[in-house]
Design a protein around this ligand. Structure first.
Ligand code: CDP
Length: 228
């Protein structure tokens, strides 16, 4: 990439455990862009709900507390950190407890409006890579490069297993399969900005690709987008 190349915005959407954040972080490092993990913001709101003992059938209670929630996303070369009301919750938001209800929390229109407004603000400057479910369609509809990632369900289960094992956990395969299927369903059928491919997004099915192979393909897309 030429050092004087113009900066673009890159939107990455797709199903759970497709490897969106692996790709997004690699791109941000190589291009020296900032990375925003929009899913981490939904996870932080979910953690806030759990800490306030708000159950999945009473999420409407959360909407009146949104002004009490301040989320910061800090991107550094070593990885990204999520700060909830001044506390580093980077690890806590990955818990199974959060995983179980994050998609119900994310389906609440008021919560989406609250976070989408912040994400739009964060993407005002160029040189942003953001991943999620509605980035190319809603948050950054003008992003110069949009990618829609997909991978076979079995492969995604395998990847999530490895991720949790690497963290020293002992995940249950059927529980992961059930959670991914459940979240994919809620994410793609909710009324407010469901997971869907933007008309101008490029599809990347990485079922049989290594992270290096997918990065090579996407860097070619970046290069041709910059030269457009
Ligand atoms: O890491 P994984 O792909 O499993 O999920 P994530 O990207 O951390 O997102 C967690 C959840 O937040 C998703 O299952 C969606 O329900 C929700 N989400 C969303 O609704 N919109 C986004 N832009 C990002 C995440």
């Amino acid at each position: 990439m030429r050092p004087d190349a113009k900066k673009i915005n890159i939107a990455i959407d797709g199903f759970s455990a497709c490897g969106k954040s692996t790709l997004a972080q690699a791109l941000a490092r190589i291009l020296k862009y900032s990375y925003i993990d929009s899913g981490a913001m939904y996870r932080a709101v979910t953690l806030f709900a759990i800490r306030h003992s708000i159950k999945d059938d009473e999420l409407h209670l959360l909407t009146s507390l949104l002004t009490d929630i301040k989320i910061e996303c800090i991107w550094a070369d070593l990885g990204n950190k999520t700060i909830l009301n001044g506390e580093d919750v980077t690890d806590q938001i990955r818990s199974l407890e959060v995983q179980k209800i994050v998609s119900q929390v994310s389906a609440v229109p008021e919560i989406r409006r609250f976070l989408v407004a912040q994400q739009k603000e964060m993407s005002k400057q160029s040189g942003v890579v953001m991943d999620g479910r509605d980035i190319g369609t809603k948050v950054m509809p003008d992003a110069e490069l949009k990618i829609f990632m997909q991978a076979d369900l079995e492969i995604r289960v395998e990847r999530r297993m490895k991720e949790l094992i690497a963290k020293g956990l002992t995940p249950d395969r059927s529980e992961i399969l059930q959670n991914l299927t459940f979240r994919d369903h809620i994410d793609s059928t909710r009324i407010d900005s469901p997971l869907s491919k933007a008309a101008d997004a490029k599809i990347l099915d990485n079922s049989h690709m290594t992270p290096e192979e997918q990065l090579k393909i996407v860097l070619e897309w970046v290069e041709s987008t910059m030269n457009r």
